[in-house]
Design a protein around this ligand. Structure first.
Ligand code: ATP
Ligand code: MG
Length: 392
């Protein structure tokens, strides 16, 4: 039986004049997502997109699984394609949905007639198909309020479609439709989640990682590469910029008061990340900070890092508890990698008593001992770029 995936794209439908642009970007994401599953055509009509296999050997299970990771898709249904003929629709419903109908005790039929030339109106279609299914599956009862199974029949311009189970999509906005931003990616739990959340809102991700060899290990870096790769399940690829940060940290340790070490280090991270944003036309930074989680994430500490930022800093997990962030990281598959116990550069030279309420004026004074511009320039120059891609 010929199948199709019907896609509902939620928020995009509200975009008015820009809708086209969003739909074009989504179409590209859809094509890319199903490519490993065979040759498919992607078309759209009204607020639905159709992903139709072009060969018999297309892997529909894989296509559906991959489509569930495409941002901009709210829900999808795997449906069978039928000729626009009531008898054919009835039979297709009985055959295509047989396992579901056998498992269910109660059901209802919902009909949608978009093609107004079809000779039966929606209630008639529902009644006819419902009556047929009751005959074929005598154990079934109709329950319009709370059925085990809702059989959906859609009669549209190019054909009729029968399906029963709507699957959840990844939600959000099409990847890349909101512009490009630089994710500060550590090996922890929070920053991969932050990246995922912004990618979900349509942000194209670039990532920057600060490493401090020999204090941080090759395995710690590999962990970050692995995390970026897991994020690639939701996007085509991530350019990862690895910054050699040891010299900057050493300069801070040797020249600034210990109590300010962490906050000045974070200000340096933001400066270097912004320099890379300029080079890559990225318009914002993304971090995994959560208010009050640690000393460097108090309101004053965040204000003092923001003070050196000229572009917006997105902190999507700022109001989330650790347990809520963990739940997302488990859902997206980064958790197990994030908890591997390797050192991050932030744990190198950590002060015994960090200032939780640093004053910006005091920080600026302390930073006078550093040649900030040349530290930033050297760090940028030593940056290694690695393109991370999903294995298709
Ligand atoms: P995470 O779980 O994301 O590591 P965290 O709770 O450990 O976060 P911090 O270590 O204070 O918090 O870091 C706060 C944010 O700063 C991180 O979420 C990340 O965005 C960024 N960050 C920290 N260390 C690095 C690093 N080595 N490279 C890039 N970004 C970093
Ligand atoms: Mg960390």
């Amino acid at each position: 039986m010929k199948e199709v995936v019907l896609i509902k794209n939620g928020e995009i439908a509200l975009k008015g004049l820009n809708r086209r642009t969003f739909e074009d970007i989504l179409t590209k994401s859809i094509r890319r997502a199903v490519r490993p599953a065979g040759e498919f055509s992607v078309t759209r009509a009204q607020s639905t997109m159709y992903v139709l296999p072009q060969q018999d050997n297309c892997d529909m299970d894989l296509a559906v699984r991959r489509l569930q990771h495409v941002f901009g898709i709210v829900a999808l249904s795997r449906a069978c394609v039928v000729e626009k003929d009531l008898e054919a629709i009835k039979q297709a419903a009985g055959e295509y949905l047989k396992p579901d109908l056998q498992d269910a005790r109660t059901f209802k039929v919902e009909a949608k007639r978009a093609d107004k030339k079809f000779p039966f109106i929606s209630p008639e279609i529902a009644r006819e198909v419902g009556g047929y299914l009751l005959e074929q599956f005598p154990h079934l009862k109709v329950d319009v309020q709370n059925p085990d199974l809702t059989v959906v029949v859609e009669v549209r311009d190019f054909g009729a479609y029968v399906h029963a189970r709507q699957l959840p999509g990844a939600g959000g906005m099409p990847y890349g439709s909101s512009g490009r931003a630089m994710l500060l990616l550590s090996g922890g739990i929070d920053s991969p989640v932050a990246g995922y959340m912004m990618a979900k809102r349509g942000v194209e991700l670039l990532a920057i990682h600060f490493e401090s060899p020999p204090y941080t290990s090759v395995r710690a870096k590999q962990k970050v590469l692995d995390l970026a790769k897991i994020l690639c399940e939701y996007c085509p690829g991530i350019p990862l910029y690895c910054v050699h940060f040891t010299d900057v940290q050493t300069a801070i340790k040797d020249n600034c008061p210990e109590e300010f070490f962490t906050v000045i280090m974070r200000r340096m991270m933001m400066r270097i990340a912004q320099a890379l944003c300029e080079k890559t036309q990225s318009k914002a930074l993304i971090t995994g900070e959560s208010l009050a989680q640690v000393a460097s994430q108090t309101m004053d500490a965040i204000a003092s890092t923001d003070a050196v930022c000229k572009i917006p800093v997105f902190r999507p997990v700022i109001g989330m508890d650790k347990s809520e962030i963990v739940a997302v990281s488990q859902k997206i598959g980064t958790f197990e990698t994030s908890i591997l116990p390797y050192d991050d550069c932030c744990t190198v030279f950590t002060p015994k008593h960090p200032k939780t309420k640093p004053r910006i004026a005091d920080l600026q004074k302390a930073e006078e001992a550093l040649d900030i511009d040349s530290l930033v320039a050297q760090a940028v120059e030593k940056t290694e770029k690695i393109i991370i891609k999903a294995d298709d």
